[in-house]
Design a protein around this ligand. Structure first.
Ligand code: PGA
Length: 275
């Protein structure tokens, strides 16, 4: 199976941006700039802050786009002040969440262990985790890119294996509403040094890491999951560089921060995913 068998996925990560009143106008502008039939070729997802999720779901769903959380807690419930559980996300129709974004790892103390626990908890709830991996600049300079990304990938795959959930990660799941992702799990490679810096990885740098992540998946789970899993690139992806990235055999989409806040730019990126 080649990458052409994997539908592209463009995921906007709004981070801590967009007030409620900005969401409907965003979608009007975004949908207006999208080529007709775009979602036939490219899944489109928006990861919004918790308080903006219901408005995002409402605005996205009718148009065939999916909404995602940016985080969740790894326990099902309990004394975790300020946290939100996977079941609470499911309550409002959220079926996807980012897990282990580098800003979570960097600023909120997330580790391979908490990322693995969150991945397991999300899958148990029927929520697709978009698990983020990626090396820091120091790690890249020290020649540790492949070992870091491999360690991060193995950590959540091992945890899924232990929890008996690896087969769920491999399955296509039922989409509950138009635009919903039907992946069991998605992986995002985001070199930390490229996030929000304007310094995108070159297509060659990105492709070789994506291929190595797919190889780790192959070794740990066999070929079926490795060929099926969508691996997104993130880190200063923009309308000018996205087509080159998406042309790589192991790059199946993008996780887009800054450019996803500009409706015309993000629409242009989704349009270029359609060739
Ligand atoms: P960026 O962010 O596109 O602004 O670099 C990507 C991300 O953090 O997901």
């Amino acid at each position: 199976m080649t990458s052409t068998a994997r539908k592209k996925l463009l995921a906007g990560n709004w981070k801590m941006n967009l007030r409620l009143g900005e969401i409907a106008p965003f979608f009007d502008a975004f949908a207006g700039a999208l080529k007709p039939g775009a979602t036939g070729h490219c899944d489109i997802l928006f990861a919004a802050p918790f308080t903006q999720l219901q408005a995002t779901v409402a605005a996205a769903r009718g148009r065939g786009f999916a909404a995602s959380a940016q985080n969740m807690h790894f326990e099902a419930s309990g004394a975790y002040t300020g946290e939100v559980s996977s079941a609470m996300l499911a309550d409002i129709g959220i079926r996807t969440t980012l897990v282990g974004h580098s800003e979570r790892r960097q600023y909120f103390g997330e580790t391979d262990d908490t990322v693995a626990k969150k991945t397991v908890t999300a899958m148990r709830e029927g929520i697709t985790p978009v698990v983020c991996v990626g090396e820091t600049l120091e790690e890249r300079k020290a020649g540790q890119t492949f070992s870091v990304v491999s360690r991060q990938t193995k950590a959540f795959l091992e945890a899924l294996k232990k929890a008996g959930l690896l087969s769920d990660a491999m399955k296509y799941r039922e989409a509950f509403y138009p635009g919903d992702l039907n992946d069991g799990l998605v992986i995002a490679y985001e070199p930390v040094w490229a996030i929000g810096t304007g310094l995108s990885a070159t297509v060659e740098q990105a492709q070789e890491v994506h291929a190595s992540i797919r190889q780790v998946c192959r070794e740990m789970t066999g070929p079926a999951f490795a060929e099926k899993v969508r691996i997104l690139y993130g880190g200063s992806a923009n309308p000018a560089n996205i087509a080159g990235l998406l042309a790589q055999p192991d790059i199946d989409g993008g996780l887009v921060g800054g450019a996803s806040l500009k409706p015309a730019d993000f629409a242009a990126m989704c349009n270029s995913a359609n060739g």
